[in-house]
Design a protein around this ligand. Structure first.
Ligand SMILES: NC(=O)C1=CN([C@@H]2O[C@H](COP(=O)(O)OP(=O)(O)OC[C@H]3O[C@@H](n4cnc5c(N)ncnc54)[C@H](O)[C@@H]3O)[C@@H](O)[C@H]2O)C=CC1
Ligand SMILES: CC(=O)C(=O)O
Ligand SMILES: [Mg+2]
Length: 371
C-alpha cells in the first residue's frame, strides 16, 4: 500500500505520525512509505533516519497527499489538509469531530474514509490510542496550571507545594480517567492538596485503592462542583464521554465564586471543553483571562513534548497501522471489533453515533460498510 506521512501544520505541533522504526516495519512488509521532508525534525527524527529505514522523502506537500492510499497524521486535518483529501483515500489520525462541525462536513465532502485514533476501544473498556496522549496531557496539566498561578500570568500567586508554615495549594481534578489520574498524581508529587471528582464509582474506587487516601475522591455532583469552585486554586477539566462533546460543568456565573487569580486548565478542550468560558488556545498563546480567572485550553498539549509523545503515540498506533496497510480498511475493521468504532466518516456518511447526534446528521452503522 502507498502510505504517506505529512508534516503536521497545526500551531506548534511537532509530533509526527510514524517513527523511522515504524517506517522500517512497513517497508519490510512490502509497503511504500513517503515522508514529507522535515516531518520528523521536531520530534528528533531527521530526514536521513527515514531514508535509512527505507522510506522515500518528498519535499512536495501536493504529491505527498495526492499519491497516497493511506495518510497517517497526528492532529485533526486543518482546512488546507481537508481540501487535499480525496475519495478512496484513508485518513488515520485524531479527529475529535463532535467539537468541530465544519471539519465534520469537510471530511464528509471529501468522500474519504476517516478513522479516528480517539474512538478505538480495547477489551478493558479503555481508549488505547487516546490513553498515551492523555497520560502526557495529564502530566503536563499541573505544570501548566502551576505556571498560570504565577502573578506574571495573571494568577493568584499561590505556590502549589506551599512552604514550611504556609499551606499547599488546592487542586481539583474533574474526571478521574487517564488524564485525571495522571494530573492528580503530578499534583500529589508537588505536595498539593488534591481532590478528584468522577461520576464513576468504580473509577473512584480504583483511585482510592491506588493512592491509599493520599488524594480525596468525591462523587461528581453540582454541589461538589460548587464546593470545588469556591475552594480550589487550580481546577483541571479531564472529563470524557467518548466521541461526544464535553458537558459544560463550570459556568461563567460560577467563576464569580472562585478566588481571583485561580486557574482553569481545560484538557477536555479537544472535545469542546468542559468549562463554559473555554475556547481553544495554542502553545503560542496558551492562556487568557475571564472574570479574573486564568484559562489554559491548549488542544494539542502533547505537541510541546514531541519527542516523548511521538514515541508513546506510535507505540500504540503501530499495530493498527500495520493492519490497515496489510489488509485495507474494510478487512482491518471487519476483523477487529475494537478497531471498528474508530471509523467516523466514510464516503460522505457519518459512522459514529455521538458525532452524528452532535450535528443532527444521520448515522450509518460502520459494521454495514465492512461486511
Ligand atoms: N488537550 C489535549 O492536548 C489533550 C486532551 N485530551 C482529552 O482529555 C479528555 C479526557 O481524556 P481521558 O482521561 O483519556 O478520558 P477517560 O475516558 O480516561 O476519562 C474520562 C473520565 O471522565 C469521567 N466523567 C465523564 N463525565 C463526567 C462528569 N460529568 N463529571 C465527572 N467525571 C466525568 C469518566 O467517568 C471518566 O473516568 C478527552 O477529551 C481527551 O480527548 C487527551 C489528550 C490530549
Ligand atoms: C489527543 C489529542 O488531541 C492530542 O494528543 O493532541
Ligand atoms: Mg484538537
Amino acid at each position: 500500500m502507498k502510505i504517506a506521512v505529512p508534516k503536521e501544520i497545526k500551531n506548534h505541533e511537532y509530533r509526527v505520525a510514524l517513527t523511522p522504526t515504524g517506517a522500517r516495519e512497513l517497508v519490510a512488509r512490502g509497503h511504500s512509505v513517503a515522508v514529507q521532508a522535515g516531518a520528523g525534525e521536531g520530534a528528533g527524527f531527521p530526514d536521513a533516519s527515514y531514508e535509512a529505514a527505507g522510506a522515500r522523502l518528498d519535499a512536495d506537500v501536493e504529491s505527498i497527499w495526492s499519491d497516497a492510499e493511506l495518510i497517517l497524521k497526528v492532529k485533526e486535518p486543518q482546512p488546507e489538509e481537508v481540501a487535499r483529501l480525496q475519495r478512496g483515500q484513508t485518513l488515520f489520525t485524531y479527529l475529535h469531530l463532535a467539537a468541530e462541525e465544519t471539519l465534520t462536513r469537510g471530511l464528509m465532502a471529501s468522500g474519504a474514509t476517516c478513522i479516528a485514533y480517539e474512538t478505538i476501544t480495547d477489551r478493558q473498556g479503555g481508549l488505547p490510542l487516546l490513553a498515551p496522549m492523555s497520560t502526557v496531557a495529564g502530566r503536563m496539566a499541573v505544570q501548566a496550571g502551576a505556571h498560570g498561578l504565577e502573578k506574571a500570568q495573571g494568577g493568584s500567586g499561590v505556590l502549589l507545594p506551599g512552604v514550611p508554615g504556609v499551606a499547599p495549594g488546592k487542586v481539583a481534578v474533574i474526571g478521574g480517567g487517564v488524564v485525571g489520574e495522571n494530573a492528580a498524581r503530578m499534583a500529589l508529587g508537588l505536595g498539593a492538596e488534591v481532590t478528584v471528582l468522577d461520576k464513576s464509582i468504580p473509577r473512584l474506587e480504583v483511585l482510592d485503592d491506588r493512592y491509599q487516601g493520599r488524594m480525596k475522591t468525591i462523587f461528581s455532583t453540582a454541589d461538589a462542583l460548587d464546593q470545588m469552585v469556591r475552594e480550589s486554586d487550580l481546577i483541571i477539566g479531564a472529563v470524557l464521554i467518548p466521541g461526544a462533546a464535553a458537558p459544560k460543568l463550570i459556568t461563567r456565573a460560577m467563576l464569580g465564586d472562585m478566588k481571583p487569580g485561580s486557574v482553569l486548565v481545560d484538557v477536555a478542550i479537544d472535545q469542546g471543553g468542559c468549562f463554559e468560558t473555554s475556547r481553544a488556545t495554542t502553545h503560542a498563546e496558551p492562556t487568557y483571562i475571564v472574570d479574573g480567572i486564568v484559562h489554559y485550553c491548549v488542544a494539542n498539549m502533547p505537541g510541546a513534548v514531541a519527542r516523548t509523545s511521538t514515541q508513546a503515540l506510535t507505540n500504540a498506533t503501530m499495530p493498527f497501522v500495520i493492519a490497515l496497510a496489510d489488509k485495507g480498511w474494510q478487512k482491518a475493521l471487519a476483523d477487529d471489533a475494537h478497531f471498528l468504532p474508530g471509523l467516523n466518516v466514510h464516503d460522505g456518511q457519518v459512522t459514529y453515533a455521538a458525532v452524528a447526534e452532535a450535528f443532527g446528521l444521520e448515522v450509518v452503522d460502520p459494521a454495514s460498510l465492512v461486511r
